[in-house]
Design a protein around this ligand. Structure first.
Ligand SMILES: C[S@@+](CC[C@H](N)C(=O)[O-])C[C@H]1O[C@@H](n2cnc3c(N)ncnc32)[C@H](O)[C@@H]1O
Length: 277
């Protein structure tokens, strides 16, 4: 069922959806865009004068709102999310942006099949908690793409480096707590080529943009805020024990950051393209 209220674990989402969580998403958008410089990967070869773009797991819709300022006004921009809780009011959106409550793991309504030249999905993969769900998500994205054009999916995420070096803070207990992170370590980007082949997609490129000193404090702040959202969700759900453990981890991380220790992470992005027919 699609939820329209705030965050909770009932719909499987373990981050927040209140104004602070929305602020974090918007902040994350602006500093990661500053890191990577372009919102649409230069390898995406569709005709940019007339595009239809989807953003899956759109959150506050900030990526689409920013894209709207960089593409011709006739570009159609659709955002889909399990919950509409973080959507701006429709009158505050550019007239070519439409946000729709839709579960990305449910059957794709036929009206959306083959409609999109570009499907963007950013900061959603880490939330997919099992291999079956992961496959369903990729096959749904595939269904959205227009096979008669060189339509492309752009998939992006921030990811911590698997396994620590002694130079960096890396809280193993935190990582093992999250099954979804373990899954995505296995699949991203090591398995990207296999996934592309299985879904009849071509892996055009994948890049890694390491978070360097310029963006380090932005990443530290975003990560701490996301962890605090998780604490709030645990508390809401009566999982106080989990919340307390996480509170201790956050406190330790915060102190480590003050001492200059970091969680080394990168922004990863793949482009998967449908072969033209
Ligand atoms: C971390 S936020 C990222 C939002 C946005 N993509 C961005 O980059 O700012 C993850 C979003 O995925 C959405 N989400 C999680 N599971 C979903 C699902 N099964 N279908 C659609 N959206 C989902 C959440 O509701 C949330 O808005």
């Amino acid at each position: 069922m699609v939820s329209s209220k705030g965050s909770n674990l009932k719909d499987g989402y373990f981050l927040g959806r209140d104004h602070k969580a929305s602020t974090r998403l918007n902040y994350q958008h602006f500093w990661t865009s500053n890191l990577i410089k372009d919102l649409l990967h230069p390898e995406i070869k569709v005709d940019r004068s007339d595009m239809c773009i989807a953003d899956v797991g759109t959150g506050t819709g900030v990526w689409l709102v920013d894209v709207a300022q960089q593409v011709p006004a006739r570009t159609k921009l659709y955002g889909f999310d399990l919950s509409s809780a973080q959507f701006p009011r429709s009158e505050w959106l550019p007239s070519n942006v439409k946000l729709i409550a839709q579960d990305a793991l449910a059957e794709v309504p036929s009206e959306w099949h083959g409609k999109f030249d570009v499907v963007n999905m950013r900061f959603v993969l880490a939330l997919v908690g099992s291999e079956a769900k992961y496959k369903k998500l990729i096959s749904n994205i595939r269904l959205l793409l227009n096979v008669s054009k060189s339509a492309a999916a752009q998939v992006a995420r921030l990811m911590q480096k698997p396994l620590a070096t002694t130079d960096y803070s890396y809280d193993a207990s935190l990582i093992s707590r999250s099954e979804s992170r373990a899954e995505s370590h296995r699949y991203f980007p090591v398995e990207a080529q296999n996934i592309a082949q299985k879904h009849d997609l071509q892996l055009l490129s994948w890049d890694e943009m390491p978070i360097g000193p310029t963006h380090q404090s932005f990443w530290n702040q975003s990560n701490l805020l996301a962890l605090e959202e998780m604490v709030a969700v645990y508390d809401q759900q009566g999982l106080g024990g989990e919340g307390d453990n996480l509170r201790q981890i956050i406190d330790r991380l915060r102190q480590e950051h003050e001492r200059g220790w970091i969680i080394k992470a990168s922004f990863f992005r793949w482009v998967l393209q449908v072969e033209s027919i």
